[in-house]
Write a new protein. Structure first.
Ligand SMILES: [Zn+2]
Length: 546
């Protein structure tokens, strides 16, 4: 390119590329579509502030980085602007996970590298060209640019456009600020929760030994468990195990690990998420009630609340330091703790479950469904992807089976609860969506496996609690019930445990289910922006909606 004008327009168009894609992928009202294109176009046209537009591109460098991030995410999710949770995920995703994911996103990464390398090359050329943009051209562009803003205003008013939510890239900067604000608040958690006390106590005599295990899974989907009706026999142990009570109508309250796991492990929920910053976790409630508490984690510390919760346990065991990343590495530690003869024991187990890259979650000899060697995530490789994912579920079935068998063998009053933090998209329908943590979830990210298991000794001691759990098993539940039910099952009394949310209580009441959105606000299921395809799936699976 030898003319600055051509370079100028080329750079403006390149900067507009994310907006052009988003124009087609986002649910934007007709009136907002006008400012959606005109406002960013006007901002990018301001590149005429420099007589050589290549210099202006240096000012817009951050826009190229965000544009690349946005385009890769569109490749991943098929919709949605970069959410604040995605910035927080950058802080809370370990390097290994990121490396596994980056390899699979190669086509999108190559695309953005080519696009923005071209923009950089053209900018450099602009800087070295003798020619400059003329004064008259620059003035004309500035006038047009201002005119575009003026034209946009009535459309923004009529379309009730919320600039910070609706206009890219302004919404991205807002989300970055929100993410930073949350990050600072969670960094101060130790201070803000220091004075908190559950005032909890156990209502069970010290003479009855008790063991409770809370297993927090990762990324597993209920509809891939044969226990919940999947045609493949992925959960042969759970399907036939005595004492298992499955909940088929269970949803997560959020699809981001760094928020979902803390909801499972604390009294906070989508309805009162702010409590997360000032309350302690379930480990603290059990500890206060006389339990020896242990947190065994197969996920690397990631700076989220979960990491703070490690410190609230009497003992924290990090199994990520072992040679492999398989969940079964947890079992020897669990067995050792169980053999130590603690009268009252509460163990939280945080697994790696079915997190991408699936084939890394189980040893080769556990590859029950083959082939499972996914080269690139694409529709063509879908069968392999599903095989690998189903292998993780089968491995999880064995893992849970071994926990249950171990608890059974010690012959004391014990119970185990298992659910995952969220589900996953697996290129399920015409949208070809993949992974989780998208700002608007899908059915596949919401519907989670959720089950209780009770030992025969527990049933003898607390038959009415087991009966209540069984009688509520077809009711709609969510991750918001876990804290209250775990306290209920273990007979722990605290003003923070609500019997209406406790599935093991006869006072349990079906509650409206909410999703915690990207700005930490509760949203009812029918206000989430779920697509028709998701609502059809929700209804076909017999899930209560809304
Ligand atoms: Zn997760």
């Amino acid at each position: 390119m030898t003319h600055q004008k051509n370079i100028y327009w080329t750079l403006v168009v390149i900067l507009c590329v994310p907006n052009i894609f988003l124009f087609f992928t986002e649910d934007i009202s007709l009136l907002t579509r006008v400012p959606f294109i005109l406002v960013p176009l006007s901002i990018y046209m301001m590149m005429v502030v420099c007589r050589r537009p290549g210099w202006s591109m240096i000012l817009f460098f951050v826009m190229m980085v965000l544009g690349a991030f946005q385009l890769v995410l569109l490749y991943l999710f098929g919709r949605s602007i970069i959410a604040s949770d995605m910035f927080l995920n950058l802080f809370t995703t370990n390097v290994g996970e990121a490396e596994e994911l980056l390899g699979k996103l190669l086509p999108a990464i190559v695309g953005v590298v080519v696009l923005y390398s071209f923009a950089i090359a053209v900018s450099v050329q602009s800087i070295y060209l003798k020619e400059k943009l003329t004064r008259s051209f620059r003035l004309k562009m500035m006038k047009i640019s201002s005119g575009l803003i003026v034209v946009s205003i009535p459309f923004m008013i009529a379309g009730k456009t919320v600039v910070q939510d609706d206009i890219f890239p302004i919404n991205i900067f807002y989300n970055m600020g929100f993410a930073y604000h949350c990050h600072i608040k969670s960094n101060e958690y130790q201070k803000t929760s220091a004075g908190f006390s559950f005032g909890a106590l156990s209502e069970v005599s010290d003479s009855i030994p008790e063991v409770y295990v809370l297993v927090v899974g990762e990324t597993a989907r209920a509809d891939h468990f044969s226990l919940f009706g999947y045609q493949r026999k992925t959960t042969p142990f759970l399907d036939t195990a005595k004492g298992v009570v499955p909940f088929a109508d269970a949803l997560t309250q959020t699809n981001a690990t760094h928020k979902s796991v803390p909801i499972i492990l604390s009294g906070a929920s989508a309805s009162d998420f702010e409590n997360i910053y000032c309350q302690k976790s379930i480990l603290s409630a059990f500890s206060q009630s006389g339990f020896y508490t242990v947190f065994i984690s197969n996920q690397k510390p990631n700076g989220s609340f979960t990491e703070d919760y490690f410190c609230q346990a009497d003992k924290y065991i990090d199994v990520t330091t072992e040679a492999s990343t398989y969940d079964k590495n947890i079992l020897p530690h669990l067995k050792k703790i169980l053999s130590q003869g603690h009268k009252k024991l509460f163990v939280v187990v945080h697994t790696y479950g079915s997190h991408f890259n699936y084939s890394q979650r189980y040893p080769k000899e556990n590859a029950y469904y083959k082939p499972d060697d996914v080269e690139v995530v694409s529709y063509r490789e879908k069968d392999k992807l599903i095989n690998a994912f189903d292998n993780t579920i089968r491995y999880t079935d064995e893992f849970l089976g071994q926990i249950i068998s171990t608890l059974d063998s010690i012959g004391v009053s014990s119970a185990m609860f298992y659910c995952t933090d969220h589900g996953e998209d697996l290129i399920d329908d015409s949208r070809h969506r993949f992974l989780h943590a998208s700002p608007v979830p899908t059915y596949y990210q919401l519907h989670i496996p959720y089950l209780w298991w009770f030992s025969s000794q527990y049933k003898e001691h607390f038959p009415e609690k087991v009966q209540n759990v069984i009688s509520h098993k077809n009711m709609p539940v969510s991750t918001a019930n876990v804290f209250h039910t775990m306290c209920g099952v273990a007979n722990i009394k605290t003003q923070y445990a609500d019997t209406h949310s406790d599935i093991s209580s006869d006072a349990f009441k079906v509650q409206k289910r909410y999703f915690l959105n990207d700005h930490n606000q509760k949203v009812a299921l029918d206000s989430l922006g779920l697509k028709k395809l998701d609502i059809q799936m929700i209804k076909s699976r017999g899930i209560t909606y809304p």
